[in-house]
Design a protein around this ligand. Sequence first.
Ligand SMILES: *Cc1c(COP(=O)(O)O)cnc(C)c1O
Length: 420
Amino acid sequence: MSPWQDLDRAHLWHPYTHHGSSPAPIPIVRAEGAYLYDAGGRAILDAISSWWVTLHGHAHPVIAEAIAEQARTLEQVIFAGFTHEPAARLAAELVSILPEGLEHVFLSDNGSTAVEVALKMALQFWSNQGQTRPLIATLENAYHGDTFGAMSVSARGIFTEPFGQHLWEVARLPDPTTGETLPALERLLDERGGELAALIVEPLLMGAGGMRMWGEDVLRALRERTREQGILLIADEVLTGFGRVGSLFACERAGVQPDIICLSKGITGGFLPLGATVASAEIWEAFWSGDRRRTLFHGHSYTANPLACAAARASLRLLDDESGHRRIAIEAAHHDGLRGIRSHPRVRNARVLGTVAALDLVAEPGYLSPIGQELGSFALEHGVLLRPLGNVLYLLPPYCTTPAEVAGVYEIIQHFLEDR
Ligand SMILES: *Cc1c(COP(=O)(O)O)cnc(C)c1O
């Protein structure tokens, strides 16, 4: 037990943690590649990329060096009325790899703020043109973050329950895994189409709502219908961006061009907090006029922090061909690993999208299902970090993870299934 662990217990409030019933947090002193090292020197394979952020691997020397160099040069400057090279170059580099038409980059701090900015851009896009379109459409089981706007467009459930009366009304379309989304969109367009500002989706993979994978054809149809009706499409790629789903972006995989894209999590390779909201020229132009009231009155103290921008640029350089091969190898290892357990009587709906694999365990469903914690503890005893979403188990490893390491995780899962 490290002496500072008492200080943690006395003074820290951890995220998504019920302090009355959770075991003490594990002290981590170092990380490298796919592994975390605890205070006793034990290695833990990080099979969830530390909450989906670690992209290439922990403590990657190229990103570490880029941050150190930037810190010695320019650590921070107000971003209204001032600018700097790391932000300008990062913006250009993002635009060059994003789906066509996304051209103007607004930087913020995290995934939730990237979503808030997108929602404000979309609503003000219409009000700047003198139109009243107050309604945002969203999908059942969506997760877009924990701030109030992001919660409003997310699924209602235990995460949002205490705040229900403070969340705004949205139009909710069925989860695309049900096949009922498109007919419901048609009904919504008939009834309230004129009120709709935007539709927000997590393209192809709905993460925190249960690692639900959905079809490229549905995404393309949603894009087509929203474009025909002049409704903005916001793609929340906070999770799916930067290679997680195989291609660099889920929208790219489906050949879809959204009007606004939200990025965060892996954007800095998992080193520093940064969010980006990238908009089309059409949206940008609605804020471009002699009337200063049409300004996007939004900003954060650390908007475009130079260290975060430098980390992001270094991370983008690491998304090279070799990274692509590694992602393909992880995807193949998922298919191999799932082959051994997908027909187990306690396993349903095993699925893979790029570097992400998921399955449903036959148990009490939902986020509070105890089986998730049981499996998490079991995996940890065997040196692997897994954090199931209730009865939904998923693997989301950093790209440096080898196929043999992925196979090892599936062996542990198999042992868990056999033990019960
Ligand atoms: C994690 C996540 C967010 C919120 O990002 P934070 O950085 O945790 O605020 C938003 N959207 C999606 C799809 C996410 O997975």
